[in-house]
Design a protein. Structure first.
Length: 241
């Protein structure tokens, strides 16, 4: 995630730039691992009854931790390596691409397991596909503009990225976070425990969905601004869409 619209681009040392590039690369490489762990967590186990898939909460927790680590590399590479346009950042132009790969890959894995389990609902599918479509279209445009103008994201785009990261992280972690919420709701009585067992709380998932919807709306706003703005042909290196 690039957080800079300043004309004076701060230059970091060569080591800082190289380390930031390594963090960007780690974020890209972690994505397929996160996808694999999510799919594995939702896969049928040998001792599962026919037509039933038990969720591996340990793998869900692992996927959550890996996603948090990947998200933290995004924050760290901005502070360590500075602006993506600095001369010390060889992979700086791929910083936003790495963010898109992480979010898109994780969303695809969640869409797949939700659909396989018969739990996919439009309230998740719509914002997920909106984010995926926007990132694909904008990435294609940015890859062309970047080579000419050094196109970067605006503050609004940065906010969208933060919300998308946060929303996806909560959705990935929702199974084990929901367990914590339900254990609090259950209390110490058998009656309360049975009540919770029959009515698991969707609170965590719904919070993640709300944040994802906000990210999707912002993604459409920034995407439409890019597509409709006449600046796509004349933008200079100090302007952002």
């Amino acid at each position: 995630m690039t957080i800079s619209t300043n004309d004076n681009i701060p230059q970091k040392g060569l080591f800082g730039g190289a380390f930031a590039d390594a963090l960007t690369l780690i974020r890209i490489l972690l994505t397929p691992l996160i996808m694999f762990v999510i799919i594995k967590a939702w896969s049928a186990k040998p001792d599962d009854p026919m037509g039933f898939v038990s969720l591996d909460l340990q793998l869900v927790l692992l996927a959550s931790i890996l996603f948090v680590i990947a998200a933290l590399t995004d924050i760290a590479d901005d502070f360590i390596g500075g602006d993506e346009r600095t001369s010390s950042r060889f992979l700086g132009k791929f910083d936003d691409v790495a963010d898109s790969i992480l979010i898109a890959g994780t969303l695809l894995a969640l869409l797949y397991v939700s659909n396989t389990a018969g739990l996919l609902h439009w309230t998740f599918a719509v914002p997920a596909f909106a984010l995926l479509a926007r990132d694909i279209i904008v990435s294609l445009i940015k890859s062309h503009q970047l080579s000419k103008f050094g196109l970067i994201e605006t503050r609004l785009g940065d906010i969208k990225g933060v919300l998308a990261m946060l929303g996806v992280c909560i959705l990935v972690a929702s199974p084990w976070l929901s367990n914590i919420v339900d254990s609090v709701r259950a209390g110490n009585t058998v009656e309360s425990a049975l009540n919770v067992y029959d009515n698991a709380s969707p609170l965590v998932w719904n919070i993640g969905l709300c944040i994802l919807w906000m990210a999707a709306i912002l993604s459409l706003i920034t995407g439409l601004k890019l597509l409709t703005s006449g600046k796509t042909e004349t933008i200079d290196s100090h302007e952002a869409i």
